[in-house]
Design a binder for this molecule. Sequence first.
Ligand code: FVH
Length: 284
Amino acid sequence: MNTVAVLGLGDMGSALARALLSAGHAVTVWNRSAAKAEPLADLGATVAGSAAEAIATSELAVACLLDYASVREVLGTASLSGRTVVNLTNGTPRQARELAEWVAARGGKFLDGGIMAVPPMIGKPGAFVFYSGPRDVFDAHRDAFAAFGGINYAGEDPGLAALHDLALLSGMYGLFVGVLQAYALIRSEGLSAVEFAPLLSGWIAAMAGFTEQTAVEVDRGDYSQGVVSNLAMQAAAFDNLPAAAADQGVSAELIAPLHRLLVRGVADGRGAQNLSSVIELLKK
Ligand code: FVH
């Protein structure tokens, strides 16, 4: 019963199955479209005829499907009694908590996870996965999880892996908002994005140094200490970003939401505070 089942053999599910095989685990795979299982069979995986069959022969089932609706659809075909399901499908904390209850009601144990890697990174340095759910269930399967890369246990609440995953993705998408806007401005004059890229990555690396200090201010809820670039100044300078974009024939829609918040922050009397003070405006 130490076989690991992998349900879903898209780009990520296939990478997870390959990593488990490379680490020496016995692996049973299943995918809705059977053809995606063939390369894994060549690597030594057992191909199950159904998700129910894959789960029946494995104590641990790793689900990596498109979304939570497909996870429920697939798991709903199987008996989960005595089985552990670790869901590595992207979703929200609420979806993870609801799925945990749904699996428990069917007699299964549940962990949720958040993969911080693209498929080629799986099993290699730099990849890591968040897990959340009962500690004893997590500890029982650490060995299998090690095949995927780094392990980060986020806590007993099954929603915490998704929370951490989405928080990191928020940071990533924020970065790409800036990168795309910068390249759009550069390209608007016919300049080379490739030539500009080293300047941009160096600047981003320098600014990333403020991440920790921002965290200190956010945890304290005090944005008035050590202010060197106050919000009023930044809001005035930020006005130039959409203005220049308009002049250059570039849309400002990527940066418009932050512009609105800066203006609101100043109107709220936060002009003398740090930029981090804008986080107060995000609270609902
Ligand atoms: N790929 C990535 O870069 C990211 C990295 C971080 C984590 N994400 C999440 O991982 C989940 C799976 O992503 P993926 O890259 O494997 O996605 P696809 O290659 O599109 O494969 C999707 C699989 O889901 C199966 N599927 C979809 N709907 C159903 C359904 N109703 N019933 C059964 N299976 C279903 C699909 O099957 P098929 O189309 O091949 O028959 C694929 O196996 C995802 O949550 C990412 O956000 C990846």
